[in-house]
Design a protein around this ligand. Structure first.
Ligand SMILES: Nc1ncnc2c1ncn2[C@@H]1O[C@H](COP(=O)(O)OP(=O)(O)OP(=O)(O)O)[C@@H](O)[C@H]1O
Length: 257
């Protein structure tokens, strides 16, 4: 049995709407898996159930052999699962560097008290965090923008900054919600390479949602397809591209004259 990451029959109901029905998946360490489906299919709801933003109506989230179903977001992050959001969530008025520095959650509390008490170790720790934060920015090709206001960056760079912030929490599993949204084809191509690079550099497992088919098909090793909350297909990019139910979900039924 997989001990790393497993979703067992997740269900999410909002009143009378079943947004996700019996969603199950096993992801092995180091895999790069895609989750696709038409608008409203339930993709972000799956991410929200994994990361504690929603408590599933039924089913389980298993991580490193532990049941973390319904654990609050900060606990899930502390366990090594990080995410980015479909709607970018940055501190727009803070600098790019500060945005990454505040992501060092696990040290925040001790930093606060040391700062309050004037411990000399505080300054050392600050310097260490800044150095590491700059490292993540370099990795995401944002090093030269460290002192810019995050809100002033073009969309594509804000998306990369979100990834840098997620990396700063030291995840083992990284969930990316539409990382290429709003990017032009050149930026999207560069992002695909970046995702490959960070996977190998930080030994990550990656689960991503994306509408850009070229991006998903070129990057993911395995893809899962949702439609109206139901899993309609799972397989390699080649298998997904020729799957009749997937074609139907995206293009609709062929029209008969
Ligand atoms: N908090 C909520 N309360 C009520 N309904 C919700 C909530 N979150 C999502 N839904 C509904 O659940 C369904 C699935 O939404 P979800 O955002 O997961 O889809 P998605 O596949 O991520 O869509 P998109 O590709 O457009 O982002 C939709 O019908 C949506 O309106």
């Amino acid at each position: 049995m997989n001990d790393f990451f497993r979703l067992d029959n997740l269900v999410m109901q909002f009143g009378g709407l079943t947004a996700v029905k019996d969603f199950s998946i096993v992801i092995e360490p180091g895999e790069l898996v895609g989750l696709i489906g038409p608008n409203g299919a339930g993709k972000t709801t799956v991410f929200n159930m994994i990361t504690g933003f929603l408590t599933p109506t039924a089913g389980r989230v298993l991580w490193n052999g532990k049941d973390i179903t319904g654990a609050p977001p900060h606990v899930v992050t502390a366990q090594g699962i990080a995410r980015t959001f479909q709607n970018i969530r940055l501190f727009a008025d803070m600098s790019v560097l500060e945005n990454v520095m505040v992501s060092f959650h696990h040290t925040l509390q001790s930093r606060f008290w040391k700062a309050m008490l004037g411990f000399p170790s505080h300054r050392k720790e600050e310097a260490r965090i800044e150095k590491e934060a700059r490292g993540f920015l370099e990795e995401l090709h944002l090093g030269h923008l460290a002192d810019e206001k995050a809100g002033a960056l073009p969309y594509g760079q804000q998306r990369r900054l979100e990834i840098a912030r997620a990396l700063a929490t030291r995840p083992k599993l990284l969930l990316l919600d539409e990382p290429a949204a709003g990017m032009n084809p050149q930026e999207t191509m560069e992002l695909a390479q970046l995702v490959r690079d960070i996977r190998s550099r930080y030994r990550l497992t990656i689960f991503l949602i994306e509408h850009d088919m070229k991006f998903v098909m070129g990057l993911c090793e395995r893809i899962k397809v949702l439609d109206y909350g139901i899993t309609i297909a799972e397989g390699t990019p080649a298998e997904i591209q020729r799957h009749p139910d997937v074609i139907k979900a995206y293009l609709g039924e062929p029209k008969h004259a």
